[in-house]
Design a protein around this ligand. Structure first.
Ligand SMILES: NC(=O)c1ccc[n+]([C@@H]2O[C@H](COP(=O)([O-])OP(=O)(O)OC[C@H]3O[C@@H](n4cnc5c(N)ncnc54)[C@H](O)[C@@H]3O)[C@@H](O)[C@H]2O)c1
Ligand SMILES: [Zn+2]
Length: 379
């Protein structure tokens, strides 16, 4: 098991419209490809599960996508399926991930005549793909699906790995499934009109991958002057390296029982900050979480003290915060009750250098408390 990354053009044959592709290998005979770059029209005919599909297709699309992105996706998939395509436009955002919206997608599947020989496509950010993927996982006990991620966060993170679900009782992703897509296709051009705050959310995950897993990516981020622009010559290289890291973790641990936990770097702190309503966005919480995890790593003697400055600088460069302007609340009890800590003790991931990380089990309570407090004014 493992993930393979191909350089531009290599292995894809001539005229391949994708700049990079990463294979997610679940099992020696079961893989899917993540294809990314600046896509040329006609790309959908090169995706086997679309080109060979004999059934109907349903395209679930974020109604908030810029008109040019919506138009380009609809035209491309329409060119592949003709009259067999139905489109369902729904507004993306966290409030979408509810049972009512799920029921709406089932209705659309019914109207579109989707059977297991058909395909469901999700075009939008992580909320659209989490919802649509869960509908696909359960429609006819599992229908093929394809993700077209349109936010940076979705391209580097949520579109890969097959975790899908909705929120209930105010709890995030409380009902869900593992249902791997047949393919993921990401056009960097779709990021063109992404608001700065959404770009920063994606960058928080990019920083996580660089800090925890990829010294080369860490160097690239260090050399960048500001947030990742869709037109940056390295954009597909950067997104591709993140996808490759996630693909490797998923290949070794599809069900999130071991190595995939490492992807929680910064997130154990972030979940508490988000849960307590301290951060406006997930990205800001992850940025703060990466700073706190680094301080904890230093305190435990697992990484060099110089890493603190480097992480603070990178986080701030990409429009995220390194501290909170408020007196420190006691977040330790919230941390203790977070669900990620309940499997055989409390678990936290800390960096061990520029591009590596490790799990720490049952860290000393005072060290965790200090790491939280260091994020706050007067902490
Ligand atoms: N399944 C997983 O493994 C996984 C991993 C991480 C996060 N998630 C989930 O992903 C969700 C967050 O995803 P997200 O950040 O993509 O949020 P999102 O889907 O809410 O998109 C963010 C905003 O950007 C808008 N948008 C989308 N594409 C755009 C574009 N190209 N141009 C302009 N605006 C655009 C959306 O309408 C929305 O308002 C959360 O629900 C989280 O739980 C899932
Ligand atoms: Zn995250």
């Amino acid at each position: 098991m493992g993930a393979e990354e191909s350089a531009p053009g290599i292995g894809d044959g001539p005229n391949m419209p994708f700049e990079r592709s990463v294979v997610v290998r679940r099992h020696p005979f079961e893989t899917y490809q993540v294809m990314l770059g600046h896509l040329a029209p006609g790309w959908s005919h090169r995706i086997p599960c679309l080109a060979r599909c004999r059934g109907n297709a349903l395209l679930v699309m974020d109604a908030h996508l810029p008109p040019e992105v919506r138009g380009a996706i609809e035209e491309e998939i329409g060119g592949c399926f003709g009259s067999r395509l139905s489109v369902d436009s729904i507004p993306g955002g966290e409030s979408l991930k509810q049972l009512e919206a799920l029921s709406g997608v089932y209705d659309a599947c019914g109207r579109a005549g989707i059977r297991r020989d058909g395909v469901i496509l999700a075009a939008g950010g992580g909320t659209i793909s989490d919802l649509t993927g869960f509908a696909a996982a359960t429609w006819h006990r599992g229908t093929p699906w394809v993700v077209l991620p349109t936010t940076l966060l979705a391209q580097v993170d949520s579109s890969i790995g097959g975790k899908v679900g909705v929120n209930i009782h105010g709890l995030k992703n409380q009902v869900g499934a593992f249902h791997q897509p047949r393919a993921v296709v990401a056009d960097m051009g779709w990021l063109r009109h992404l608001p700065a705050a959404e770009l920063a959310c994606g960058m928080a995950e990019v920083v996580k991958y660089a800090l925890g897993f990829d010294p080369y990516l860490w160097e690239i981020l260090g050399a960048m002057e500001g947030p990742l622009a869709y037109s940056c010559p390295h954009v597909s290289l950067i997104v591709g390296r993140c996808v490759d890291i996630k693909a490797r973790c998923v290949a070794f641990d599809e069900r999130d029982e071991g190595v995939r936990h490492l992807l929680n770097l910064g997130h154990t702190f972030a979940h508490v900050l988000e849960g307590e309503g301290i951060c406006a966005t997930h990205g800001v919480a992850v940025g703060l979480g990466l700073v706190a995890a680094t301080r904890l790593g230093i305190r435990l003697g697992l990484c060099d003290p110089s890493l603190e400055r480097a992480v603070v600088d990178v986080v701030r460069k990409f429009g995220l915060s390194a501290w909170v302007e408020a007196p420190p609340p006691d977040l330790f009890s919230a941390w203790q009750s977070d669900k990620k800590h309940t499997h055989g003790g409390w678990v936290v991931v800390v960096p061990t250098g520029r591009g590596s990380c490790r799990v720490v089990r049952d860290p000393p309570a005072d060290a965790v408390r200090e790491a939280f407090q260091s994020l706050f004014a007067g902490g």
